[in-house]
Design a protein around this ligand. Structure first.
Ligand SMILES: C[S@@+](CC[C@H](N)C(=O)[O-])C[C@H]1O[C@@H](n2cnc3c(N)ncnc32)[C@H](O)[C@@H]1O
Length: 346
């Protein structure tokens, strides 16, 4: 009975996260392994970045990342400590007609004996402790990448590590050596992954890509350090209002986005931008808006409410003004340099 429930749950998750596995004969693992797997969409994005001859995933898990990331490689190795999980991946890959070497070991033991070099080494460390609680510090991940980073760099020119979307970028850069690229990957404006790329040589700079998949928005590339040199111009709201997507906000490039896109910022702590003429290709949402007096807001009107750098949350604003949620129009409650303001979409 338990096994049947596991398979039904697996299919439900697969419909949402990895529909390519909705095939006859595919077996799904327990819930935790499904939760830990990457989604097909972020894996496809990463697969577009990586090519070479040999690929190794040292934390295979259910193998979603491995399946896509290894697409452009000839020799594929999957390492996983959980033998049941790895056998299941081996079975599924035979159905999918994908060949790989499957190694059921702790990766630390594998690394001790390994003499091979790989074009790409990939890791997606587990973010749960033994009691299945979420962990946030690099040293609490399994494996502890701080302990093995040097060893990893010694077997590849490119080590790729997937990390939590909550990880602090400054902390990351201070703890992990030789990072040459960081990708902040959002899917429909929800940041899913922070992926770091390590080189076996000291890189001259760190290139960062803020990406919002399936949004139609362009990705934004910059180097770490550019934000410190950038300055924003400030202005009261003009005709167009811009709200950056969450990958940009996660990157913390609040001045750089203003400078590069030719936009003015409303306030040092308000990450909303403005311009008189519409700028295309902004990585976020663009509205045509006007500043309104709060007296113009009528009870029972329907709005999408956004609150940024404003003392009340959207729910509290809705209550205060007796508004209904949704509809076509937006109200933004925020602050410019002159003080609190309300913007209404036209
Ligand atoms: C987050 S999951 C990987 C999910 C995978 N990227 C996917 O898309 O399906 C992490 C996996 O790493 C394995 N793992 C953690 N520490 C390990 C270690 N020291 N040696 C080998 N495998 C390990 C865990 O058993 C778990 O299956």
């Amino acid at each position: 009975m338990q096994e049947i429930v596991q398979q039904i749950k697996g299919k439900q998750v697969a419909e949402r996260k990895f529909p390519f596995l909705l095939n006859e004969g595919i077996i799904f693992p327990p819930q935790l392994n499904l939760e830990q797997s990457s989604s097909e969409k972020t894996a496809i994005y990463k697969s577009g970045i990586l090519t070479g001859s040999s690929f190794i995933d040292l934390t295979s898990g259910f193998g979603i990342d491995a399946y896509y990331l290894s697409e452009n490689f000839d020799n594929i190795t999957l390492v996983e400590q959980n033998s049941d999980l790895l056998s299941l991946v081996e079975h599924n890959w035979s159905i999918l007609k994908r060949k790989a070497k499957f190694v059921n070991r702790k990766l630390e033991d594998f690394l001790k004996e390994n003499r091979e070099e790989f074009d790409v080494v990939y890791l997606d460390p587990a973010r749960r402790d033994q009691n299945k609680n979420k962990v946030f510090l690099l040293e609490d991940l399994s494996p502890n990448i701080l302990e093995i980073q040097e060893k990893l760099r010694s077997i590849s020119k490119q080590v790729v590590i997937k990390l939590s979307p909550l990880i602090d970028l400054r902390y990351l850069i201070s703890e992990v050596s030789n990072i040459f690229r960081i990708d902040i990957i959002a899917l429909k404006n929800d940041v899913k992954e922070v992926v770091i790329f390590l080189s076996n040589e000291i890189p001259s700079e760190i290139v960062c890509n803020a990406v919002n998949l399936e949004s139609g928005e362009p990705s934004f590339t910059f180097t770490i350090g550019e934000e410190e040199k950038a300055e924003s111009e400030f202005s009261e709201p003009e005709k167009f209002i811009y709200i950056p997507n969450h990958s940009i906000l996660k990157a913390g490039i609040f001045n750089l986005i203003s400078k590069r896109c030719g936009l003015k910022k409303l306030h040092p702590n308000t990450h909303i931008y403005t311009s008189g003429e519409k700028k295309n290709d902004f990585p976020g949402r663009v509205f045509e808006m006007e500043v309104i007096d709060s007296k113009k807001i009528k009870k029972k009107e329907q709005y999408n409410i956004i609150s940024k750098n404003y003392p009340l949350k959207p729910e509290e604003i809705k209550k205060k003004y007796g508004l209904k949620d949704g509809g076509e129009h937006y109200l933004i409650f925020t602050q410019s340099k002159k003080g609190k303001i309300i913007l209404k979409s036209v």
